[in-house]
Ligand binder design. Structure first.
Ligand SMILES: Cc1cc2nc3c(=O)[nH]c(=O)nc-3n(C[C@H](O)[C@H](O)[C@H](O)COP(=O)(O)O)c2cc1C
Length: 421
């Protein structure tokens, strides 16, 4: 069988022969531009934006540019293997879909469409705490395909514990604890529009369908006062009704949606008091392996290991939390060194091409998480759009590996890179 790089090229060029162009641009910058053009101002801001002046977002990219691959010639690389072993499961690609909240900002089929595309490709989907469908529905949409659940540890332990137990029950294979976002970063694009999707009841399906959440009675829930009704208020109401329909469909309506949103707002972000010691409590709730996401310092990686983490995800949340932070790729080598191979080190923040994946693997990542690019595919063509983004990335990865003279990902290392150029 032809390797996947050539197969994908043939498919695209053959479609071109009958004057059919792909809906999904293969260049990541054109993909982003096209998707942003198709979205409204609020979705553009929420999905595309970052913290402050967005210098971290830019640094995430220049860190890739500063490292160059060194192609090797004259090797027999006809047969190539793109698979990797992560936490005891063989994956066809060194790729997972990153947890992204409020995917219905991109497409009405949101998580379900992205999860189905991931399942078909055998790529694990990481369901966000802020998904638009309950985690059980996403699991059902994926059949037996691998999936992980990302936890935002809200103010109430009961809710976090309930999420984790529901995930285990629904066949998720790992918990990703995101540590970098106990609260939202300072995001001017959203702030200047005054738009936060959660306040419209979007991206809170896991909470609406959660009995522990429903049971939480919080005295401090009166921070949101109803404004004067206008067009904006009517739109908000419409968005809330859409959410309500989703909650009702689950068969566990919690009645007054506005009240639910108020409760959510009161508990979803916590004072930044989560410590590595809390990992042990989390471990007592589940048998699933726990990975910590948002690690940028080698000492934090070591602490996570000491407290029982089964994996590290090096990430700066796509530059959405701290402006002027270290590029995730620059943080990767030091963390890989600190972890000494004890657990897998995964990577995200800035992955746009197959060549980027090769570079991250050369620096010691076991696999990468794809973030915004799959959201752009979703925005343009739903499930098919996400599938096309995955296929294009896999094809480019395959070709890059071949041109660099390697047959398997395990051959990659720093010797394949020229750094600091
Ligand atoms: C719109 C958006 C929403 C996100 N939501 C979550 C989330 O709910 N949980 C989480 O752990 N990370 C979330 N992230 C961070 C991603 O998991 C990932 O770290 C980031 O997208 C990587 O950066 P990149 O997309 O620029 O490559 C989100 C990122 C974006 C862009």
């Amino acid at each position: 069988m032809d390797p996947i790089g050539r197969l994908r090229q043939s498919r695209i060029y053959s479609s071109g022969l009958v004057a059919r162009r792909e809906a999904i641009p293969t260049r990541p910058d054109r993909l982003e531009e096209k998707a942003l053009r198709a979205l409204g101002a609020e979705a553009q801001a929420y999905l595309g934006g970052g913290a402050g002046l967005e210098t971290t977002m830019a640094a995430n990219r220049t860190a890739f540019d500063r490292r160059k691959l060194i192609p090797r010639m004259g090797r027999d690389v006809r047969h190539r293997d793109l698979s990797v072993d992560i936490l005891g499961r063989r994956l066809p690609l060194p790729l997972l879909l990153a947890p992204i909240g409020v995917l219905d900002m991109a497409h009405r089929d949101a998580d379900l469409a992205a999860a189905r595309a991931a399942a078909k490709a055998g790529v694990p989907f990481i369901t966000s705490s802020q998904a638009c469908s309950p985690l059980e529905d996403i699991a059902t949409a994926m059949g037996d395909a691998p999936r992980w659940f990302q936890l935002y540890w809200s103010m109430h332990d009961q809710v976090a514990e309930s999420f984790v137990k529901r995930a285990e029950q629904a066949g998720y294979e790992a918990i990703v604890l995101t540590l970098d976002t106990t609260q939202l970063g300072w995001r001017p694009r959203d702030l200047d529009l005054g738009y936060l999707p959660f306040l419209r009841g979007r991206g809170i399906a896991n909470y609406l369908s959660d009995e522990a959440f429903v049971a939480v009675v919080d005295e401090n829930t009166s921070s949101i006062k109803p404004g004067r009704p206008g067009l904006g208020a009517l739109r908000s109401l419409a968005e809330m009704l859409t959410t309500r329909r989703r909650g009702v469909a689950k068969g566990r309506p919690i009645g007054d949606l506005a009240e639910a949103i108020r409760r959510f707002v009161a508990i979803y972000s916590r004072p930044p008091d989560l410590t590595f010691a809390d990992l042990e409590r989390l471990k007592s709730w589940t048998r699933l392996p726990i990975l910590v996401k948002g690690i940028l310092h080698p000492d934090d990686a070591k602490l996570a290991l000491q407290h029982g983490a089964s994996g590290i995800i090096v990430s700066n949340h796509g530059g959405r939390q701290v402006d002027g932070a270290i590029a995730a790729l620059d943080a990767l080598p030091g963390i890989v060194e600190a972890v000494e191979g004890h657990v897998p080190v995964l990577f995200d923040s800035g992955i746009r091409t197959g060549s980027d994946i090769v570079k991250a693997l050369c620096l010691g990542a076991s696999a990468v998480l794809l973030g915004r690019p799959y959201v752009w595919g979703l925005a343009l063509d739903g499930q098919a759009g996400v599938a096309a983004v995955i296929d294009n990335l896999a094809a480019e990865l395959d070709l890059t590996l071949a041109f660099c003279g390697h047959r398997s990902l395990s051959e990659l290392g720093r010797h394949c890179l020229a750094e600091g150029l």
